[in-house]
Structure formats: structure tokens, C-alpha cells
Write a protein that binds this ligand. Structure first.
Ligand SMILES: C[S@@+](CC[C@H](N)C(=O)[O-])C[C@H]1O[C@@H](n2cnc3c(N)ncnc32)[C@H](O)[C@@H]1O
Length: 439
């Protein structure tokens, strides 16, 4: 019951107080009771909270179908107890009696909830009775997506691709690793697959810190799509490269491992500490600077800039289903303004002839090509250098008409697949990257 109580707290934190799953599950600063659980229960909390949020729309409909009248505001926690209970019955194959009994006990332990024990029992039993029907609701991708995001993606990508994106969000993502070398060898050792891009993909891997190669710094966790933008800088051996907005350092590690002399800039001192710890585990080095990258002035310009800007992160909903319910439409414009300021700074601090790669993990055009187009239209001294399919391992489905990188959650990291051609081994974060050269 303790694991379920914590999962209820975490789901309520995301839905009512905009607290991210990452923050709640953080081993140092996350939910205070997590540390008391054993590893198996901690893993259960994580799956349960993530799946409840991934299926939030569908679960909500199921509860509403059987709740005779809405619960009073004072019993808000009962709704979350019902959601977490329904998730176990509908999507996690937990024995229904275990899900129902623990939900009733959680309601009984809540001051406002104890009057609703009977309601919790009745609603969850009826959900169990209608399980097959509820699981088979048509268009689950759309049901589990906030309307404003579905509308945005339909406007940006068309109904068919937007539908494929929303369907992809329902699949539990694999674990992707960027390896220092020998992807085939590591894939075999870890029981995974080496993707054409060199990423090693694992399913059902469990605790990453227990996998072979973690202690030795042989690899780091990085979605296959997140590994592509740094590669667009080409051969960086011996170049002075600045990674603006660098923490927790996945791309800094790529650049350092490729032989660049890297300066990593990030505004957050706490996140920079994580970057430093990650680089130390990997045996890699970078100069670190805690500063606002939009204001920071280096002593001399760089050969290349990687700007992986803060964004709405709507390309990462497979891994962060909480983000769908935490984000607000009004944030996109504010983030786009910041991204444009950061982009202008990137232009200022690169040498003539130097390359800038601008990246976000967003699906929103304002945070992607619109910002780059605006920079060019405003007469900034840059030219777009289209990405060739060969540079991204033949993944030509991941190129926009302008030659920018545009990966989608529904893409399969195998050349020649389009987003409607779903492959169960597929999926990648939605990343955008444009390459510019300073004139
Ligand atoms: C998308 S994350 C970067 C991920 C990182 N590049 C990686 O590959 O691991 C964005 C980062 O931007 C940082 N950030 C946000 N605003 C910033 C600013 N004005 N200047 C510098 N860093 C900023 C955040 O602290 C966060 O670490």
C-alpha cells in the first residue's frame, strides 16, 4: 500500500501542482518516502505514476462513466486514488482485488476520503467489470492528449501524422544508450539492439546503474533522437565548441568524446553539478560556466556552438507523460522569446565560418523552424546549411523540406520508414535541429 500511496501523491503533485515526475522521483530531492522503499517497489511507483499520467484522459473518462455524481472539491484526493486504482486494473494487469482493496484502504486513511470508501470500491469494481470495453475505447491516443496539444499538432503536421504522434505516446519507450565505442559489442553484452545511428536500444532494462558498463562510463542514457543534433556539427576533433544550455550534459559528453575542447554553459548551478558528476563517471572533461547564456560573454569567439535550448519539451511525452498535463499553451510564446534571444547570442559568439546547431525537444513550430526563420529574415549574418540524409544515417523521413532535422515520436529509427508505418520497436523523441553557418 505504501508504494501506491506514494504514487497517488506523485500523480496529484503533477496534476494539481505542476510538479514533474522527474522531480518527484529524484533520488535526492524527490518524494521524501521513496527512499524507504526497496528497489522493486520504487520501480513500481515509477511505472504506476507514469502510466496513470500516460492514460490520464482515458482513465478520467472511465471514472466519470461510473461515478454517479461528481466528488466534492474537499475529496479531491479520492479522484487521484481512483485514477491510480483504475490504471492498475486497466493497464497494468495488477490483480483487480489488490488494486481495489488498496485503493479503499488509501481512501480510508484520508480524512476527507474515508466517507467515500464505498464509492471507491463500487467505481473500481465496475471499471473492472467493463475492463475490456474500456481498454478498447477508440482513438486512445487522442483521448489521452490535452485538446490544445492535439489541435496544435494537427495544425502543424496534419491529422494523420498527429494521430500517429499521439498513438506513439502510449507506448512505453525503450532505454537508449549512447556508447563511447563498439555499439554492436555493447548491444550484445546488454541484450539490446544496435540501431543504424549507433545508439544501443534496450527494452525492460530496469535500474540503469546496475547495467554492465555504467560504473566504467562506457555509455550514457540518451534518446536516439537526442544524439543526432551534436553530430550535425561534423568533425569537432580539436575544435573549441561551446554547449549553451548544457546540463545534464548528454550533448557535452558527445562533443568531449568526439575530441572537442568543450565549454559547457548552464544557468542552473544544481543541474551543472549533475553535468559534472556525469562527465566524471564518463572520464570526460569540459570547462563549466554557470551563467545565463543569453547574457554570457566569452573572452574569444568559438569555432562552433551547440544551442540545445530550454523548450516546452513536447517531443518527450513518451518519456515524460506528466509534461502533457503540466504545460500550458501560454508558455510556448514565452519560451520562443527566450530561444530567440539565445539564438542571437549564439550568432554573436561564433567565429565567421563557424557552425551553430540550434536544437529543441519540442514539436511546436514556434520553438523550432519559426525561430530560425525569424533570425534569418531579420538579416542575422548566418546561412542555413541543410542536413543531408547521409549525415543522419539515411533517416530521410526525419528531414524537413528546409533541410532541418525533424524527428517525431512516431518515427522509427530505421531508414525509409514514415510515421504512419508504425513499428513496435520504434519511437524516438521529437527533436528539431537546424544548422547555420556564420557568414
Ligand atoms: C533541454 S535542457 C539541456 C539538455 C542538455 N543539452 C543535454 O543534452 O543533456 C535545457 C537546459 O537549459 C538550461 N537553461 C535554461 N535557460 C537558460 C539560460 N538562459 N542560460 C543558460 N542555460 C539555461 C536549463 O537549466 C537546462 O539545463
Amino acid at each position: 500500500m505504501e508504494a501506491r500511496r506514494i504514487a497517488v501523491d506523485i500523480v496529484a503533485g503533477a496534476l494539481k501542482r505542476a510538479q514533474t515526475l522527474d522531480a518527484a522521483l529524484d533520488s535526492e530531492h524527490g518524494h521524501p518516502d521513496l527512499a524507504r522503499l526497496d528497489a522493486r517497489d520504487r520501480a513500481f511507483v515509477k511505472v504506476l505514476a507514469a502510466e496513470t499520467l500516460r492514460r490520464h484522459g482515458q482513465i478520467d473518462l472511465a471514472i466519470k462513466r461510473f461515478l454517479e455524481k461528481p466528488l466534492p472539491k474537499s475529496a479531491a484526493m479520492v479522484n487521484t486514488i481512483l485514477s491510480v486504482g483504475a490504471c492498475q486494473i486497466l493497464f497494468l494487469d495488477v490483480p483487480p482485488h489488490a488494486a481495489v482493496d488498496t485503493a479503499v484502504s488509501l481512501a480510508a486513511a484520508d480524512r476527507a476520503g474515508r466517507h467515500f470508501r464505498g464509492v471507491v470500491n463500487a467505481v473500481l469494481r465496475r471499471i473492472d467489470g467493463a475492463r475490456d470495453d474500456l481498454r478498447a475505447m477508440p482513438d486512445p491516443g487522442r483521448l489521452n492528449t490535452p485538446g490544445w496539444l492535439a489541435d496544435r499538432w494537427t495544425a502543424a503536421y496534419g491529422a494523420e501524422v498527429a494521430g500517429a504522434i499521439m498513438a506513439a505516446h502510449l507506448e512505453e519507450p525503450p532505454l537508449d544508450l549512447t556508447v563511447r565505442s563498439e555499439p554492436e559489442v555493447w548491444a550484445q553484452r546488454l541484450g539490446g539492439t544496435a540501431l543504424p545511428t549507433g545508439t544501443v536500444r534496450l527494452t525492460g532494462a530496469g535500474d540503469v546503474t546496475r547495467l554492465a558498463g555504467f560504473e566504467d562510463g562506457a555509455w550514457w542514457v540518451q534518446d536516439v533522437a537526442a544524439a543526432l543534433p551534436a553530430k550535425l556539427l561534423g568533425n569537432v576533433q580539436g575544435l573549441r565548441v561551446v554547449d549553451l544550455c548544457a546540463a545534464p550534459g548528454g550533448k557535452t559528453a558527445q562533443l568531449a568524446a568526439a575530441g572537442a575542447t568543450v565549454t559547457a554553459v548552464d544557468r542552473s548551478a544544481a543541474r551543472m553539478k549533475r553535468l559534472e558528476a556525469n562527465l566524471a563517471r564518463l572520464g570526460l572533461a569540459a570547462r563549466t560556466v554557470v551563467a545565463d547564456a543569453a547574457e554570457w560573454q566569452p573572452d574569444e569567439p568559438f569555432d562552433a556552438v551547440l544551442l540545445d535550448a530550454p523548450c516546452a519539451a513536447t517531443g518527450t511525452l513518451r518519456r515524460h507523460p506528466d509534461i502533457a498535463w503540466i504545460r500550458r499553451a501560454s508558455e510556448i510564446g514565452r519560451l520562443a522569446d527566450l530561444q530567440r534571444r539565445l539564438l542571437r547570442r549564439a550568432v554573436d559568439i561564433v567565429k565567421p565560418g563557424g557552425t551553430i546547431v540550434y536544437a529543441t525537444c519540442s514539436l511546436e513550430p514556434e520553438e523550432c523552424e519559426a525561430g530560425v526563420d525569424a533570425l534569418i529574415d531579420a538579416g542575422a549574418p548566418v546561412e542555413r546549411v541543410p542536413v543531408g540524409a547521409g549525415e543522419i544515417f539515411g533517416l530521410d523521413q526525419c528531414l524537413s523540406p528546409a533541410g532541418d532535422l525533424r524527428t517525431l515520436p512516431a518515427h522509427t529509427p530505421v531508414p525509409g520508414r514514415d510515421p504512419s508505418d508504425r513499428d513496435p520497436r520504434g519511437g524516438m523523441d521529437g527533436f528539431y535541429a537546424a544548422r547555420l553557418v556564420r557568414t
